[in-house]
Write a protein that binds this ligand. Sequence first.
Ligand code: SF4
Length: 278
Amino acid sequence: MNKLKLWDQHQSFDAAEEDWDSKASDAAATNPIKKLGTLPNMVGMTPETAKNLKWKSLKWIVKEDRDRKILKSILKHPIRYFKGYLKSFFKPKPFKRVGDFFLYGTDSLDSFKKLLKNPDSLFVLGFSYCHKPFECPSGRFTDACMHDLNNPTCKQCFIGKAVHALPVKQSIPLFIPTIHYIGGKIFDIIEQNPDKQVLFVITACEMTLEMFGDLGNMVDIKGLGVRLDGRICNTMKAFELSEKGIKPGLTVVLDDTQKEIMEIIRLRRDVMTKEENL
Ligand code: SF4
């Protein structure tokens, strides 16, 4: 497998993206992957699910924290995290919403982009497993992604495109099977990098972005949740099944939102390239 990122094989971001998109079209012509025929018209969350959602989220975190990883991490700085959690918990919403983006600890997309210009910060780019293609060679309900340039499914996959465009330095791509997985990873990254600001862009269903915003605010990291469309989870039952890998539907990042994410990656790549050339 060719491990070199496609974007590292080109002189400019635009040339790399053109090459990617052309290879994606070729692969779609010969080995098309399953896609949603039409976008279902689903509410982000059913009214029943929205009731007492903060309590339901807290209960889920505690109940499913089987190895106590989240609890142990919180207990390393109990006062700081407790204060952060309470401050967020009593706000009507733990985020500000701009289109498909849910903003945590930042006021606007522009403010977040300014933070990304600090080359010393760490950039976490996370993808919920539910928008991996059904044909994903790494499996859908896993934390793996081989983003193989020779694999026809990877060639058509937005996750593959974003990972190939992401600079290597100071960037951490994550493929997220469960809430406890991403929670544990974020705690690890913070603990291993106490002097660095951790910034994130993570795709997830609207319901999940509502449910776990308080936890992000608790650890005081700044970033964007990106709303998924398609066959999202909008009930507790669907969410609980999805957390166990039962997710027969496919979610998608809408085209315009994909473009916005690619612009964020472009910005970050420019920053890191300049840093390397200093
Ligand atoms: S790029 Fe990653 S997520 Fe996408 S199909 Fe390939 S292995 Fe799966």
